[in-house]
Design a protein around this ligand. Structure first.
Ligand SMILES: [Zn+2]
Length: 251
């Protein structure tokens, strides 16, 4: 179906849009996904480093990896797909953005209503007292520096404030994501294959509430069959095209 026909079928005069985004959205910003081909650092896979077990065994190694990632992130910039989402917010037709990305590029773009269900790599957090601080600067991302300690607790090494493999999502963040999804009249699923639970359940919640679900991915994914419409291609191209046409129609 053509983009024009999809937009025609969104008949709301003031749609309530919720977007769910994943790694595919930040790809054009130069962020490796740490899956498959570009998944290795030294000899490790992400699944071997981003776990509570890895951190308890070797904090230095895990921090070295995150510092390597931070040095790349400091060079990354939001791309036109982030900008398209910001425009939806500016037009007051976006309820909120649910992101699986920990890179914070949505915030740098200027988006205000978002929930980071997999956490935020730009912050370090104390597991003991929940103190947190930003560390997204060149100095903190240097290769060989001492481990960061909590300024309040003795002997407590800060950890990146992200959800690791084997950890459950923060319940407040997840509730917010569900709450937004339940209010949506249009759910955009962007740059995520939709296989990771519980995020994969969001399109189903939206469908139960009769929302229109539109997917933006490079190719067909496991959620394509649940979606009303799928728009295939790089989302830094397809999404701005979609949002600008939608905004134009509503004006
Ligand atoms: Zn502490």
């Amino acid at each position: 179906m053509s983009l024009e026909s999809i937009i025609e079928n969104i008949t709301d005069t003031k749609p309530r849009i919720v977007s769910v985004i994943g790694a595919g959205l930040s790809k054009a910003s130069g962020m490796p996904t740490f899956r498959g081909e570009d998944g290795l650092w030294k000899k490790y896979r992400a699944e071997e480093l981003a776990t509570p077990y890895a951190f308890s065994r070797d904090q230095k190694l895990v921090w070295e990896w995150y510092r390597f990632r931070m040095r790349m992130l400091l060079r990354a910039k939001p791309n036109p797909a982030h900008n398209a989402l910001k425009k939806l917010e500016e037009k007051n037709i976006a309820i909120g953005l649910i992101t699986q990305n920990v890179d914070g590029l949505h915030e740098i773009e200027g988006i205000k209503n978002f929930v980071e269900i997999h956490g935020r790599i730009r912050y370090a957090r104390c597991m003991n007292c929940n103190y947190s601080e930003r560390w997204d600067n060149e100095e903190s991302a240097q290769e060989e520096i001492p481990l960061p300690y909590c300024p309040r607790c003795i002997d407590s090494v800060l950890r990146p404030d992200v959800v690791w493999f084997g950890e459950s999502l923060d319940s407040q963040r997840w509730e917010k994501a569900i709450n937004w999804t339940n209010q949506a009249s249009v759910l955009l699923v962007i740059g995520t294959s939709g296989v990771v639970q519980p995020v994969a359940s969001l399109p189903l919640y939206a469908k139960q509430n009769k929302a229109i679900v539109v997917e933006f991915n490079v190719e067909e994914t496991p959620i394509s069959s649940f979606c009303d419409y799928s728009i295939y291609g790089p989302c830094e191209k397809t999404l701005p095209n979609f949002t600008s046409k939608l905004i134009k129609k509503l004006e």
